[in-house]
Design a protein around this ligand. Structure first.
Ligand SMILES: *[C@@H]1O[C@H](CO)[C@@H](O)[C@H](O)[C@H]1NC(C)=O
Ligand SMILES: *[C@@H]1O[C@H](CO)[C@@H](O)[C@H](O)[C@H]1NC(C)=O
Ligand SMILES: *[C@@H]1O[C@H](CO)[C@@H](O)[C@H](O)[C@H]1NC(C)=O
Ligand SMILES: *[C@@H]1O[C@H](CO)[C@@H](O)[C@H](O)[C@H]1NC(C)=O
Ligand SMILES: *[C@@H]1O[C@H](CO)[C@@H](O)[C@H](O)[C@H]1NC(C)=O
Ligand SMILES: *[C@@H]1O[C@H](CO)[C@@H](O)[C@H](O)[C@H]1NC(C)=O
Ligand SMILES: *[C@@H]1O[C@H](CO)[C@@H](O)[C@H](O)[C@H]1NC(C)=O
Length: 651
């Protein structure tokens, strides 16, 4: 049974249909690649670089990006980040000026530079993702992992490469066989160098130039490797950033390897093949631009008071407050996890849920794999948590093991708070973090207007009625919580923030008075690729309950944090623009203009959470190492059940 991501399949079917009906005769730079979801890199680049640089678009994009950064909670922190995060230190305004003053040959080059600068902040909440270029991902058939064999860790080609590649739609393997490249013999090979470098040095380089997303270098190293995750409710295998690259122009990679069973090294050069993971069909450069790059419905926000266009937020069954989300960008390369590696234990509970629940054969350990905090609805997530805890309690397990591996979606902040609250018991009290938002002048004006217009919480993120004071009482409807702004010195720069706020979360099920399991002995484990609401949840368990946290993988001898992407709340461009329009402030001189390129996803960390152990420090910038750290082995690297079994045996 083949299983790939629904989106991949849809694009694939759409493209196959196109092959049948295509009558293209003139071969312009984009017509060359219009008939297939796969494209050799030189052909793809010929298409993507066929759009000339346009100064008008640069000014438009940079205005939107720089005025979005006005709302970024972390700008002044980035001037001098604390250890161990110092390598991401960036002067954001200086970079924006540099990009404003640089000469570019093509639109691609301009967007690539902007993408690269924001990506290298290593904050997955904050990204420039122009649809025109990020619908492609460049793939290799040989993802890599770091494995311990006979007590020594080395880099290997994934041993399941053949089964994995077999799940990729038609056209991928054929590309390599037509070139006479026998990549399949490399499955499980020991990698002795990549691009002439020590393999781990090359992995460090990819972690610093490609991965983005995670502030901690060690966590980014794990992102370079292939690993398992849950995509929706299905097991999936990530290519990892070595073998799956976004917005990349790298054409090939040269490795020396020792294939399984051989004693001698050999050198191989493997070309990337690009796959279109989204976007719309096209026939030539003009239709590529029109369908994938130009502005359209949904490029910008809406005035939510007029009610026509729904904002980008999820629709819920009841009209309720807008959802505060802490979300990463999950990879589009949703290829299934080979069936032989999927858990064989019976699934307890709802197998369509984002949670997977098992008891291990020892009958003492219950496992909950949390794929995301974003279920079909909030009440469904909460009901699934209750069902999971109840089924494990009735099975008589005494230990809980929560697997957060590659929880890259994160999700609804209140669901992270709910899950923590359910595990901690209602006697524990408020189960979220204290947070704050940027108090720039436009934010102050938005709150003033929202108060004057008595905007309800289902139309805007900014009204005071969205929040609680830190003593748990609701803000008064007319209290402008950003106006007597609190100025703090951050890296010697005066920066303004709102008062500290707590989340107001609807719970649809009763919370038990006391914890259902002994929390100190609950073992959480992950590979550090835990984004946003996932990081918030794990940090709360660690900071408030000393719950043991184990992390797998990484580079031997290099520390790895357990929380990957630990901002608090993300706001995407369309939502920020909607806030401004709904407050009636689009004409304000401080407001960003409408964006003139389509679906270019500017997103930023809009709200920060502060550590319970040091209330001056955002959790994002507080180093917290896991208590336990293990390497992957050939038995565990891609086999969730084997990892749980390994982790359930007390060391
Ligand atoms: C640049 O882009 C703008 C906005 O899309 C467009 O109106 C203009 O014609 C473009 N300029 C050139 C020289 O193509
Ligand atoms: C880019 O630089 C030019 C020239 O200094 C300036 O007029 C323009 O406002 C700058 N653009 C942005 C978006 O800051
Ligand atoms: C690991 O150890 C086993 C048993 O000593 C040996 O047979 C095998 O060749 C070793 N493998 C490697 C990769 O060193
Ligand atoms: C590898 O890519 C480079 C450009 O990055 C190109 O010059 C070279 O020909 C490619 N080699 C192979 C074997 O494809
Ligand atoms: C776990 O429970 C099952 C079913 O009751 C039983 O067959 C099995 O022997 C138990 N395993 C252990 C390790 O106690
Ligand atoms: C909670 O704090 C707010 C702001 O400091 C204060 O106005 C309010 O009276 C407090 N409420 C209670 C019940 O202490
Ligand atoms: C966690 O452990 C540390 C060190 O043992 C201790 O100081 C702290 O009070 C503990 N915190 C909680 C919430 O139990």
């Amino acid at each position: 049974m083949r299983s790939f991501s629904l989106f991949f399949v849809q694009v694939f079917l759409a493209s196959s249909a196109f092959i049948v009906f295509s009558t293209a005769t003139t071969m312009g730079p984009c017509s060359q690649i219009s008939g297939s979801i796969f494209s050799p890199i030189p052909d793809l680049l010929a298409c993507l670089k066929s759009f000339p640089f346009n100064e008008t678009l640069r000014q438009n994009v940079l205005s939107v990006v720089s005025r979005t950064f006005d709302f970024y909670t972390f700008e002044s922190y980035y001037l001098d980040l604390p250890a161990p995060f110092q390598e991401s230190t960036t002067d954001i305004r200086q970079e924006l000026s540099r990009i404003n003053a640089t000469q570019y040959a093509t639109d691609y080059d301009f967007n690539k530079d902007l993408y690269q600068f924001i990506n290298s902040l290593n904050d997955g909440h904050t990204q420039w993702l122009p649809n025109c270029y990020v619908i492609w991902e460049n793939l290799l058939p040989i993802p890599i992992v770091s494995l311990e064999v006979n007590g020594t860790q080395n880099v290997y080609v994934v041993p399941d490469a053949v089964q994995f590649v077999d799940l990729i739609p038609n056209g991928f393997e054929e590309f390599y066989s037509n070139l006479g490249i026998d990549w399949a013999t490399l499955a499980g090979a020991l990698v002795t160098s990549i691009e002439g470098m020590d393999p781990y040095t090359y992995v460090d380089h990819i972690a610093d130039t490609v991965s983005g997303n995670f502030l901690d270098h060690g966590v980014r190293v794990n992102s370079v490797f292939s690993s398992y995750r849950l995509s929706g409710s299905s097991w999936s295998q990530k290519f990892g950033d070595f073998a799956g690259r976004l917005f990349s122009s790298t054409e090939n990679v040269t490795l020396t390897v020792v294939p399984n069973g051989l004693a001698a090294e050999e050198t191989v050069t493997i070309p990337f093949l690009a796959a279109r993971m989204g976007g719309s069909a096209f026939e030539d450069s003009a239709s590529y631009w029109a369908n994938n790059c130009a502005a359209g419905d949904g490029t910008n926000g809406v005035d939510r008071r007029t009610g026509s266009n729904e904002p980008s937020g999820r629709t819920t069954s009841t009209p309720s407050r807008l959802q505060f989300r802490g979300a990463g960008r999950a990879p589009a390369d949703g290829i299934g996890l080979p069936a032989t590696l999927q858990p064989t234990l019976p699934e307890l509970g709802d197998n369509t849920a984002v949670l997977k629940v098992y008891t291990l054969p020892d009958n003492e350990t219950g496992v909950i794999f949390v794929g995301s905090f974003d279920d079909a609805s909030d009440s469904e997530f909460q009901n699934d948590v209750v069902a999971a805890i109840q089924v494990l309690q009735s099975a008589g397990v005494t230990r809980l093991l929560i697997d957060l591996t590659n929880n890259l979606v994160g999700g609804v902040i209140c669901q992270g708070i709910f899950f923590h609250s359910y595990l901690a018991g209602s006697d524990f009290g408020y189960a979220g973090f204290q947070g704050a938002i940027q108090a720039n002048q436009l934010a102050q004006e938005i709150v003033t207007e929202d108060i004057a217009d008595q905007l309800p919480v289902d139309l805007s993120f900014y009204p005071p009625a969205q929040w609680l004071f830190v003593n748990g009482t609701a803000l008064l409807d007319n209290f402008n919580y950003v106006v007597p702004d609190l100025t703090e010195k951050v890296n010697g720069v005066a920066d303004s923030f709102s008062i500290r706020l707590e989340d107001m979360c609807p719970f649809y099920v009763p919370i038990p008075a006391s914890p259902p399991f002994e929390l100190r002995y609950a073992l959480f484990y992950a590979n550090g690729n835990c984004a946003s609401t996932c990081a918030q949840f794990a940090t709360n368990m660690y900071e408030r309950h000393n719950t043991t946290i184990a992390v797998f993988g990484g580079k031997p001898g290099l520390d790895m944090e357990y929380k990957g992407m630990a901002g608090y709340q993300v706001l995407v461009w369309t939502d920020l623009d909607s806030e401004i329009k709904t407050a009636g402030l689009k004409g304000d001189p401080l407001a960003p203009p409408d964006l003139h390129v389509g679906y270019s996803y500017m997103r930023h960390n809009w709200r920060t959470a502060y550590s319970w152990l040091d209330e001056k420090t955002p959790i994002a910038f507080r180093s917290e190492l896991p208590q336990l750290r293990f390497p992957y082995t050939k038995d565990t690297y891609m086999n969730p059940q084997n990892i749980w079994t390994y982790a359930s045996v007390p060391p």
